[in-house]
Write a protein that binds this ligand. Structure first.
Ligand SMILES: [Fe+2]
Ligand SMILES: [Fe+2]
Length: 233
């Protein structure tokens, strides 16, 4: 199955009709579309309505996760309802199967990488921060465990590895993702992982266990010269 993946469209209220031509092109090029979060710019329900309006130019099944921007206005639940109302498979720790390909998705969270990962130690606020990452990783784990064997794609907003963040300022790397997500992915089997969030990162990397990871943020240059990546699964 041909799958197009793109993240970080950041739809704004003053951008009615934006991405319509892009979605129409994807509709001709692929068989499924995956959206890797930051669907909206400020997390406003109106922005989500405009995005689903633009998506009408593409008749494909759509799989999505939310991003941090979709939480900005405290309306993530409303945004999720708008997106689901448009028939999009919004994954928040769930999975779905399209044409025998399994999709599993969570937003993920920050926390850093490898031995430099933020630990659950000290002040309560640090424990809460790490707890949020652990909850996302556990939610991914439960969804991956239920996924039937076969071709599968893990859909995230935050990065599971630092490789696809290369190009971002070193100071913000720990806020762009967390190895706990890669540890979970490597306990199971997935064909590939896509994420967004790192607008200045790098396209391609691998988890320590060898699963290919792609940063498909719209701002990242893809091998096909388009803002979206194309995968054959
Ligand atoms: Fe973004
Ligand atoms: Fe983001």
């Amino acid at each position: 199955m041909k799958i197009a993946a793109i993240g970080d469209l950041h739809m704004r209220e003053d951008e009615a009709g934006a991405h319509r031509d892009l979605f129409a092109e994807i509709g001709r090029e692929a068989e499924t579309l995956v959206l890797c979060g930051d669907l909206t710019d400020l997390g406003k329900p109106r922005e989500a309505e405009l995005l689903v309006e633009s998506l009408r130019s593409c008749a494909l099944p759509v799989v999505a996760v939310l991003g941090n921007h979709d939480y900005e206005s405290g309306c993530a639940g409303e945004i999720a309802a708008i997106v689901r109302g448009a028939g999009i498979h919004l994954l928040e720790g769930q999975s779905c199967i399209i044409e025998e390909v399994g999709f599993v998705g969570v937003k993920g969270f920050a926390g850093g990488f490898g031995s430099r990962m933020l630990g659950s130690f000290g002040e309560q606020v640090i424990k809460d921060f790490v707890g949020e990452t652990m909850r996302e990783a556990t939610s991914l784990e439960n969804a991956m465990r239920r996924l039937p064997a076969g071709r599968s794609m893990v859909v995230l907003h935050y990065a599971p590895i630092p490789d696809t963040l290369e190009g971002e300022p070193a100071e913000i790397m720990p806020f762009l993702g967390c190895s706990r997500l890669a540890e979970t992915i490597d306990r199971f089997r997935a064909s590939l992982v896509v994420h967004g969030h790192a607008h200045r990162g790098r396209y391609e990397g691998r988890t320590p266990g060898g699963t290919p990871v792609y940063n498909v943020a719209a701002q990242i240059l893809k091998p096909n010269g388009k803002p979206y990546a194309l995968f054959d699964l």
